[in-house]
Design a protein around this ligand. Structure first.
Ligand SMILES: Nc1ncnc2c1ncn2[C@@H]1O[C@H](COP(=O)(O)OP(=O)(O)O)[C@@H](O)[C@H]1O
Ligand SMILES: [Mg+2]
Length: 316
């Protein structure tokens, strides 16, 4: 690694999935995505559902193949890393998924779940046990949690286990893919606090993926906004999330839930106004503007006022 290389450098990444049906052409879902992430940095990646966020994370983990571009980790090209290189990388790059119910093996005790990545690394069973106690403490779970099964825990507690498992090998980067989206609001806040405390304590970097601009604003140093497989805006979190340049980011901001009903109403009206502009004067409600009806930012859809959308490109 050179002194100046970022921890993670994604350059012009393209990913295409096979199309459905006989002789279907591949469908490109990432159209040349570039991102960098420094050591100790939290980069928020925000965009509506289906925009390609998870695919970026999975490509970085080697779970989907890149059809173009490069992914470098500590200056090393890992785009097409083989099994041995991936095994070595698993020490440095870890992941926390959205669903705490499907991401933990239900047949294993928490201690087994947490020791597994350590034993793979050659840590003895005895040392692993001691390290597991330390990990449980770090994620604020009781000491006796190790002897229990995942089903004995709530969603938030399971997500703490998933975070502990990600921390076990002492990674430099954790890909957090919607880590709090499946949790209720009060639990979200606690798990976010935990993630931030851990980041400050350990200096680990996060690629923090969420559809919720409010969540991303809260945890990130910098934010990248993705729309239909293209990064449309990148910048300091405070700037991007308060005075966004891009119409799509403004739309995400307006769709992000707020506690204040007056502010919520103002945003709803603003969304309607933007939708009206985009539709050339048709009332939003009649044009199927889901964001105008309820406040799920995953549901933001339709044209973005003042922006023609990304150029139509040939399929890969
Ligand atoms: N394994 C797959 N096969 C085919 N299409 C996929 C696959 N995974 C994701 N996609 C498609 O790629 C696009 C981006 O998906 P994803 O990265 O999961 O978005 P996000 O995480 O932002 O919701 C979507 O249109 C999705 O349907
Ligand atoms: Mg996703």
């Amino acid at each position: 690694m050179t002194a100046t290389a970022p921890l993670l450098e994604i350059d012009d990444l393209r990913v295409a999935f096979p199309g459905r049906g006989f002789r279907a052409r591949p469908i490109e879902v990432l159209h040349g995505v570039s991102l960098t992430l420094g050591e100790g940095e939290v980069l928020g990646l925000v965009g509506e559902s289906g925009s390609g966020k998870t695919t970026i994370g999975r490509a970085t983990l080697g779970l989907v193949a890149a059809s173009g571009g490069t992914i470098r980790f500590q200056g090393e090209d890992i785009t097409h890393a083989g099994t041995a290189q991936r095994r070595a990388l698993a020490r440095d790059i870890q992941v926390v998924f959205q669903d705490p119910y499907s991401s933990l093996n239900p047949a294993l005790t928490i201690e087994d779940i947490l020791s597994e990545p350590l034993i793979v690394q050659g840590v003895t069973a005895r040392d692993a046990r001691a390290r597991v106690l330390g990990l449980l403490d770090k994620v604020e779970l009781p000491k006796d949690a190790g002897q229990r099964l995942p089903r004995e825990f709530s969603g938030g507690q399971r997500q703490r286990v998933a975070i502990a498992r990600a921390l076990a090998p002492g990674p430099k980067l954790i890909i957090c893919d919607e880590p709090v989206s499946a949790l209720d609001l009060s639990t979200q806040a606690l798990v976010l606090e935990l993630l931030m405390d851990i980041q400050r304590e350990t200096g680990v970097s996060y690629l923090f993926i969420s559809h919720d601009l409010g969540v991303v604003r809260h945890v990130s140093h910098r934010v990248a906004v993705i729309y239909q497989g293209d990064i449309v805006e990148t910048g300091r979190a405070a700037t991007v999330t308060s005075t966004p340049d891009h119409p799509y980011t403004r739309r995400l901001l307006l769709a992000s839930p707020v506690a204040d009903p007056v502010e919520q109403r103002r945003r709803r009206e603003e969304r309607h106004r933007m939708a009206l502009l985009a539709d050339g004067g048709t009332p939003a409600g009649q044009q199927g503007d889901p964001a105008g009806e309820h406040d799920d930012p995953n549901q933001v859809s339709g044209a973005v006022a003042g922006w023609p959308g990304p150029a139509i490109r040939p399929e890969a």
